[in-house]
Design a protein around this ligand. Structure first.
Ligand code: FAD
Ligand code: NAG
Ligand code: NAG
Ligand code: NAG
Ligand code: NAG
Ligand code: NAG
Ligand code: NAG
Length: 560
């Protein structure tokens, strides 16, 4: 049944692409006042939520003008850093390449999952190789923590219950949970009146007091909350490393607590991108994929904008419209990577901030993780998923460093065994009397995901999985490994999220051009990605989009 569902979704997406870029998602109604035209640049969580909530808020308002939303994205898909690839190139095995988990307090994502009839799955890791453990935390020489296999639930949702009970850490787990609840409570104020909608992140942060968490490191926040160093280093730091590729000295206090707010962790079956596809296709007037915006040009006389893209066909198409001008432009992607020229130039261009370079390696192999790699002797002692941290002696020195300088002797941030694939039989129904002996002799394939600060090498993988290997090229790339050891491989370098350094100032939602009246606070240019220095998740980008949608609708309403 799942197989069929996934197949349908894929053909649906296929048709959006195939009908090419000019797909009108909605037939234009015939009412008369000129529509208010909005360009949303970026179809990740932020841009998708902008389009979705513009439509929602406009419907529940008394606006006399229709909104017409055009969504642009360079990629050929909706979702941005939320996307799947098919393991073994087989549509039965869609696998998250980017953002994979969201949690119960993520109201926008939870609601949309429900409203679009998508299936949230709590089984984020489904692997059940014959291991005594589900998850281990490794410091590069030994396991400092392992969680036993309970029933069939993921270690992520079970983590708290296990950690809480651990005598090893005394009151620290409870204190962490208390600090997390408090910060989460303040954050939830962002969704409701009187705070929502907030004209700037800065104001929202100050009025909720969350600057007390964002302006200091995770280490400091945990210290003030009375959380012991051992629990911080062995458990919480493992979480900041897998979620944000940072140690506790290199990440702010709020993002640290976000890593511990994991109640109700789920992923959408078949891919989280379906949430964002649902948002765009149910709301946008037009979706232009495979279309990179290069220029946003302001018509200073009319206060409107025209948009140019790398695609000449689209430019021609946009130029032939009756009225090609946009009244509002929303940039829903990090300014520093969007490579858009604004004319006249921006008076307050968002400053360039360092982003994490995260190497994501997805692959399948018939081999299990090797005990000897981890200094163990028994296969059953190897946890199928391994998070990492630093041992005490190194922690002080490396805690605030970045990338390869921060990762320590483990050399990687995390390894997860996502699923055990049996391509010959998965998704096949064997009737009660059928002869399914083939299922027993087909070799299973383990599907792994590794996060690391540098590309993995063939020698690393041959040690990890214990197969013979002689490197043939200088860089020893994974692509030269034998098909029999690595049956499928997908490597991706992401600018995954900013280094979440402590900070107390945040970029504004409004951008100004140098032509603007100095007093004019809103020229119709909006920017979402300042949110990422506060918290970088699918939900917070979507929240920035929902917030800007409300600002736009409120402003139009006050004008009408
Ligand atoms: C490996 C990885 C794991 C992660 N894990 C999680 C997780 O478990 N949970 C979670 O909540 N978050 C996670 N994140 C973070 C999450 O993916 C981001 O916070 C979120 O995607 C940000 O959304 P966005 O819409 O702001 O930006 P993006 O998702 O980056 O979307 C921006 C879009 O704009 C488009 N664009 C950029 N420039 C242009 C242009 N000039 N013209 C047209 N289009 C343009 C891009 O193609 C892109 O599609 C993870 C990220 C990565 C990479
Ligand atoms: C989510 O849904 C609930 C119940 O329908 C609603 O009260 C709430 O406002 C919604 N929140 C968002 C952010 O859409
Ligand atoms: C496992 O997950 C299911 C559904 O998410 C839940 O109902 C059940 O209580 C969980 N079991 C344990 C032991 O956590
Ligand atoms: C994207 O657009 C380019 C032209 O700009 C075209 O050559 C390419 O085939 C398109 N890709 C897809 C997947 O549609
Ligand atoms: C940025 O845009 C300019 C002009 O549009 C182009 O020449 C350049 O190659 C782009 N750079 C990147 C990194 O995409
Ligand atoms: C099942 O199939 C295998 C090989 O196809 C055959 O050797 C075996 O006898 C069959 N068993 C039954 C019960 O039909
Ligand atoms: C951001 O906006 C606020 C109010 O909207 C303003 O006071 C502040 O100066 C702005 N900051 C920048 C850097 O533009």
């Amino acid at each position: 049944m799942h197989v069929i569902l996934i197949a349908c979704l894929i053909s649906l997406v296929g048709s959006v692409f195939a009908d090419n870029f000019q797909e009108p998602l909605r037939s234009p109604p015939t009412s008369h006042p000129r529509p208010h035209r909005i360009a949303v640049i970026g179809a990740g969580p932020g841009g998708s939520a902008t389009s979705y909530y513009l439509d929602k808020f406009a419907r529940s308002s008394s606006l006399d003008r229709r909104l017409e939303v055009t969504v642009f994205d360079s990629n050929t898909y909706i979702g941005g850093r939320t996307t799947t690839v098919n393991a073994l190139d087989d549509p039965r095995y869609p696998t998250e390449l980017g953002a994979s988990i969201f949690v119960k307090i993520n109201h926008i994502l939870y609601n949309a999952t429900r409203d679009f009839g998508l299936i949230p799955s709590a089984k984020i890791y489904q692997a059940a190789p014959d291991s005594k453990y589900e998850l281990g935390i490794w410091d590069g020489s030994s396991f400092v923590f392992t969680s036993a296999t309970d029933d069939d639930n993921s270690s992520w949702s079970g983590w708290w219950d296990i950690a809480k009970l651990l005598w090893k850490y005394g009151l620290s787990p409870i204190r962490t949970q208390r600090a997390t609840r408090k910060a989460v409570g303040s954050f939830l104020e962002f969704y409701n009146e009187p705070l929502f909608p907030f004209p700037s992140i800065q104001e929202a942060v100050l009025s909720t007091g969350l600057d007390a968490y964002t302006s200091v490191t995770g280490k400091d926040v945990l210290h003030s909350a009375g959380v012991g160093d051992l629990f911080s280093r062995e458990i919480i730091q493992a979480s900041t490393r897998v979620n944000y590729a940072s140690n506790l000295g290199g990440i702010h206090g709020l993002e640290t607590l976000v890593c511990m707010a994991i109640e109700g962790a789920v992923a959408v079956e078949g891919g989280n991108w379906q949430i964002f596809e649902g948002m765009v296709t149910s709301s946008a007037t037009r979706l232009l994929l495979n279309t990179t915006v290069t220029d946003v040009v302001k018509d200073t006389e009319h206060g409107t904008f025209t948009i140019q893209t790398t695609n000449p066909d689209i430019n021609e198409f946009l130029g032939t419209e009756d009225d090609a001008a946009y009244d509002t432009v929303v940039l829903a992607a990090p300014y520093q990577f969007a490579n858009i020229t604004f004319t006249p130039p921006l008076a307050n261009p968002p400053s360039k901030i360092p982003y994490v370079s995260l190497y994501v390696t997805l692959f399948t192999s018939p081999h299990c993780l090797s005990p000897s790699f981890f200094g163990l002797t028994e296969q059953a002692d190897v946890p199928p998923s391994v998070l990492t941290t630093l041992h005490e002696g190194l922690d002080q020195d490396l805690t605030s460093r970045r990338g390869v300088d921060a990762v320590g002797p483990a050399g990687f941030w995390s390894i997860s065994t996502l699923r055990v694939l049996r391509p010959d039989t998965d998704g096949t129904f064997f009737g009660p009397t059928s002869n399914n002996s083939q299922s027993t002799d087909s070799q299973p394939q383990y599907l792994y995901k590794i996060f690391s600060p540098a590309p993995l090498t063939g020698s690393f993988l041959s040690n990890l999985l214990d197969f013979p290997h002689t490197s043939v090229e200088k860089d020893d790339p994974l692509s030269t490994l034998s098909k029999k050891d690595v049956t499928w491989l997908h490597e991706k370098l992401w600018h995954s999220y900013p280094y979440e350094s402590p900070r107390s100032t945040f970029e504004n939602f409004t951008l100004l051009t140098t032509s603007g009246d100095e007093q004019e606070r809103d020229e119709g240019l909006f920017y979402l990605s300042g949110m990422e220095s506060f918290i970088s998740t699918m939900e917070t980008s979507a929240l920035a989009g929902m917030n800007v949608a409300k600002l736009i609708v409120d402003q139009l309403q006050s004008q009408s």
